[in-house]
Design a protein around this ligand. Sequence first.
Ligand SMILES: Cc1cc2nc3c(=O)[nH]c(=O)nc-3n(C[C@H](O)[C@H](O)[C@H](O)COP(=O)(O)OP(=O)(O)OC[C@H]3O[C@@H](n4cnc5c(N)ncnc54)[C@H](O)[C@@H]3O)c2cc1C
Length: 145
Amino acid sequence: MAPEGDDTFYVLSPVPHLGHDNGVNWATEAEPYRQKMLKMLEERLLPGLSSRVTESLVFTPETFRDVYLSPFGAGFSMEPRILQSAWFRPHNISEELPGLYLAGAGTHPGAGVPGVIGTAEVLATLVPDAPPRRAVPADFPMAAE
Ligand SMILES: Cc1cc2nc3c(=O)[nH]c(=O)nc-3n(C[C@H](O)[C@H](O)[C@H](O)COP(=O)(O)OP(=O)(O)OC[C@H]3O[C@@H](n4cnc5c(N)ncnc54)[C@H](O)[C@@H]3O)c2cc1C
């Protein structure tokens, strides 16, 4: 996305979700928080960073709530505390509704693109009436890699 000679860079800073009335007013807090992150990075890791930033885009939990419909604006679905991680996450075959199958970051095994793709692949073998998985055609670009 960056113009020729420039680069993109992002910072992921965990913050509280919007549940439990945690009181963060992102309309007023987002910019000071961004500045704080920039200052910290500049002091500890990337001297001169702020003078080189030409465009900046900040996502807050409100962005995750409003744009991605994520409950409480969580960026990673359910918090991966020990009792909500791996096997303890909702299983891929629903135990509550027969015929309901779940895939994605909020289910077993958890967040992250490899895990999410893995969960979908496993699920494709578990759903009883899913069509058989097709082999990747030899001329498909990724097959050669
Ligand atoms: C800032 C950030 C950085 C990350 N970095 C990495 C990384 O470097 N490597 C990595 O492996 N993983 C990373 N992850 C995690 C990874 O992005 C997620 O685990 C993964 O995208 C989850 O995939 P998913 O399909 O379960 O959900 P999502 O990708 O969130 O897709 C769910 C989709 O459903 C849509 N949706 C929600 N409700 C409805 C509705 N009612 N109707 C229709 N559509 C709806 C949403 O808008 C969204 O498009 C990162 C996540 C974040 C937030």
